[in-house]
Design a protein. Structure first.
Length: 472
């Protein structure tokens, strides 16, 4: 009931405010407000764009070194602008970097993979994870009550890989990925927990490249860039790959400007200390990664983003599967904002930039509901012969679409290396794809939260497991 009241109040309140503008602000004043909105969106997009080159300028040299375990991070002291690297790595204060070394901080790592009925992909994933060039890690596969041949496959792999640990969950266990991860957390001891999905594919230098970003005292987690298997083809999969590129573009910007970077489930590294501090994963959430992002944020743990380290995963091959997956993502994302709305707006917990950044990205979930409310309102006016308005919201929605298209174009150029002309037309296609499926799933999520008695049920994303060499 609490979340229903908050969601309804926020949505209706914003809509009434916009309708008041439509009804009482006309002529040059309306254009002035639209101009202000456009300037605000443009400034935000420009900020994100400038952040990309700033991040890569500060970190590319660091990542190219591919620092092996025995090398000292203090080698960075020979580089210019050392203070910038300290900030990117989350090292606060005046503590000298020469006292922070990757050889001194060489954490033990537990890799968690929660899997259910993943007989088609689990063997490739396990074999890939044991190719990592790191000497202190265990792989934990949490078998979430599988009914296919996955348990037998894992049993055979245990004899081949001594550092493979398999947890077979009891039939009476609390359902969901969060509960499975918490079960593994209680049985493991590694200083860093790395979470992958059952279809994950990473390069051997993954840990050596990503772990240094966790060295900052208050850095609780790091998210790497997610990419779709390059061997997958088709328009729907290609749109998802572009959508992931846009997400990376946003994440880098949020990291640099001091905003709220979010975890993305696959390819996340978390300090055990931070996990224990926030009470682990929330068993009742639909999106374990987004909820954990909020728990870390309100507990003053930083989350960093590392776009130059990748994890590959399967794209969803059908519209039905895509809508099912995004339906869960949308509801989970909205619910986590509602669950943490008060601490998210607390000056004692979040910086002003974190609060502004969170507010900006919350708006994306409110706009579809506003558009539907406005459409219903205008249809009633048309049916009753009453003069209609709606100019401001319609034009504002157009501006949001236009700015998003520009962001997509930049993301395609930066993170998919798409040629200019191809990126121009593809950005429109991806814009239509994003709003074409996100608007309905967000509306369904609004209805679920406002009118249904319970949360939606957590459903896993099925994996084909046919990409043993996904990068070719």
């Amino acid at each position: 009931m609490r979340n229903r009241i908050i969601l309804l109040s926020i949505t209706v309140g914003i809509w009434i405010f916009l309708k008041a503008i439509d009804n009482f602000v006309t002529g040059p004043e309306c254009l002035f407000l639209l101009g202000m909105a456009l300037v605000g969106m443009t400034v935000h997009s420009t900020w994100l764009y400038l952040a990309q080159s700033r991040w890569h300028h500060k970190v590319r040299i660091f990542l190219k070194k591919k620092i092996p375990v025995a090398m000292r991070v203090s080698g960075l002291q020979n580089l210019k602008k050392l203070g910038q690297y300290k900030r990117v790595l989350g090292i606060r204060g005046k503590a000298p970097v020469e006292n922070l070394t990757f050889s001194d901080w060489h954490p033990s790592v537990d890799i968690f993979v929660s899997a259910k009925n993943e007989s088609r992909s689990i063997e490739n994933t396990v074999r890939n994870l044991f190719k990592l060039d790191y000497d202190k890690y265990l792989v934990w596969i949490i078998d979430d009550i599988s009914t296919d041949s996955m348990p037998q496959i894992l049993e055979g792999l245990k004899s081949e890989f001594p550092d493979l640990r398999v947890i077979n969950r009891a039939p009476s266990s609390f359902p969901g990925k969060s509960a499975a991860l918490n079960e593994a957390l209680a049985k493991s001891e590694g200083e860093v927990v790395v979470v992958f999905d059952a279809d994950a594919y990473v390069k051997p230098d993954f840990l050596n490249s990503a772990l240094p970003f966790l060295m900052g005292e208050r850095v609780g987690a790091v998210q790497v860039q997610k990419r779709i298997f390059e061997s997958q083809k088709g328009l729907l999969v290609d749109c998802q790959a572009s959508e992931y590129a846009l997400d990376s573009y946003f994440q880098v910007g949020r990291d640099i400007i001091g905003g709220a970077v979010e975890l993305r489930g696959n390819g996340q590294l978390i300090k055990r200390e931070a996990l224990i501090d926030v009470g682990g994963w929330n068993n009742k959430t639909l999106t374990d990664d987004l909820d954990l992002s909020m728990r870390l944020l309100v507990s003053n743990w930083d989350v960093k983003f590392c776009p130059d380290v990748w994890v590959f995963e399967e794209g969803v091959p059908t519209i039905k599967a895509l809508l099912r997956q995004r339906r869960r993502w949308a509801e989970g994302s909205i619910r986590r904002y509602l669950d943490y709305i008060f601490p998210l707006n607390s000056p004692s917990r979040l910086s002003i930039m974190e609060r502004i950044d969170t507010l900006v990205f919350t708006v994306y979930f409110v706009v579809p509901a506003l558009v539907v409310l406005d459409a219903i309102y205008e249809l009633i006016h048309l049916a009753t012969g009453t003069p209609t308005y709606g100019r401001f919201l319609a034009l504002l929605s157009f501006l949001v679409l236009w700015v998003t298209q520009i962001d997509i174009f930049i993301a395609l150029r930066m993170y998919r290396k798409t040629p200019v002309l191809t990126a121009l037309w593809k950005s429109w296609v991806v814009d239509i794809y994003i709003y074409g499926h996100w608007v309905p799933v967000i509306l369904m999520s609004f209805c679920q939260i406002l009118f249904a008695k319970n949360h939606s049920t957590w459903h896993r994303t099925e994996h084909a497991g046919s990409h043993s060499n996904p990068t070719t």
